[in-house]
Design a binder for this molecule. Structure first.
Ligand code: PLP
Length: 319
């Protein structure tokens, strides 16, 4: 992992190697944290964060689903992120805001533990690799089901919930695949370990609905809009496992992975095993949007203002 110089911690800019927590941090023990994965691209309009406010809004909502109000509002976190990117001198990077129950209270009742907020940025290539984006990845349907809304909150991007993705990811990796696909608790197709999923059949695109325990992905939403703008029909509906095997095309979307074709599921080649035409069309328009090459989607980009001289006031906490 390529480190940056500074990390933002509770309103202060600290050196990367000094961004530390106590071993009795509540979130380390019980997973009581929420986080985001965001990307900044070196675009036609300079370094710009993709759908920045939507990601920070989802962070705030994830916190509130776990009764954890963040001590900074969206605008403060947005400004802090801009400053962090600029001070680190980065033009493109991955951005990881994290809010977690901190040190001071153990036991399962967390509401008296403090809420700490950190933001880290670093250079990070596409999660499933450039080759995966070009040629497609091989995926395996996991034996682990996606967390059920009976037990946890699929709509929250919460730290502890990711043990589910971690198990699926390890299983697929050990079996020699690049990614896992999880079914929901009804056996319908849900999503990848860190991506939403789309299936194309007879020219129509389908993706699992909100009720299928998905994370409401921001790349998913963007890819749906782009596909519709290109004139394709996109349905949000339940998808059976066999539809993956029989599909003409399958692709996944996520901030870390971006838009990645799937060329095989459980050793069934998807069509001829090469990314299909619709996947390519949506992928190319999606890449254009990320990099600010399309006027129509410029509003999705939040340009990073140039670095201010060091010593500016850090964001204050919400009273
Ligand atoms: C479990 C899961 N599903 C889907 C996604 C895709 O969401 P987004 O497009 O907002 O990054 C992610 C990544 O954040 C994820 O972790």
């Amino acid at each position: 992992m390529k480190q940056a110089d500074l990390i933002w911690m509770n309103g202060e800019f600290v050196a990367w190697e000094d961004a530390k927590v106590h071993v009795l941090t509540h979130g380390l023990h019980y997973g009581t944290g929420v986080f985001e994965g965001i990307r900044c691209y070196d675009t036609e309009v300079g370094p710009a964060v993709f759908r920045h406010r939507e990601h920070l809004e989802r962070l705030r909502k994830s916190g509130s689903l776990y009764y954890m109000d963040l001590p900074y509002d969206v605008e403060q976190l947005r400004a802090a992120t801009h400053e962090l990117i600029a001070r680190n001198g980065l033009r493109s990077c991955y951005i990881r805001p994290l809010a977690f129950r901190g040190y001071g209270q153990m036991g399962l009742f967390p509401l008296e533990a403090p809420v700490d907020v950190t933001i880290a940025v670093w250079e990070w290539g596409s999660y499933l690799g450039d080759e995966g984006k070009q040629a497609g990845v091989r995926a395996k349907v996991s034996s682990w089901r996606r967390i059920s809304p009976d037990s946890l909150i699929p709509h929250a991007k919460a730290s502890g919930q990711y043990l589910n993705s971690v198990l699926a990811k390890i299983e697929s990796h050990k079996a020699g695949y690049e990614e896992a696909i999880l079914l929901d608790d009804h056996g319908h197709v849900c999503e990848g370990s860190g991506e939403n999923i789309f299936v194309v059949q007879d020219g129509v695109i389908a993706t699992p609905p909100q009720t299928a325990s998905i994370l409401d992905g921001i790349s998913r939403k963007s890819a749906i809009q782009i596909a519709r703008d290109l004139g394709f029909e996109v349905q949000e509906r339940d998808i059976a496992r066999a539809e993956l095997y029989l599909a003409d095309e399958v692709y996944m979307t996520g901030t870390a992975a971006e838009l990645v074709p799937v060329r095989e599921v459980d050793d069934h080649a998807i069509a001829d095993g090469r990314p299909g035409e619709i996947t390519r069309a949506v992928q190319s328009a999606f890449e254009d949007a990320l990099h600010g090459r399309t006027e129509r989607y410029r509003e999705w980009l939040d340009p990073v203002p140039a670095a201010q001289p060091a010593g500016g006031a850090p964001a204050a906490k919400v009273a």
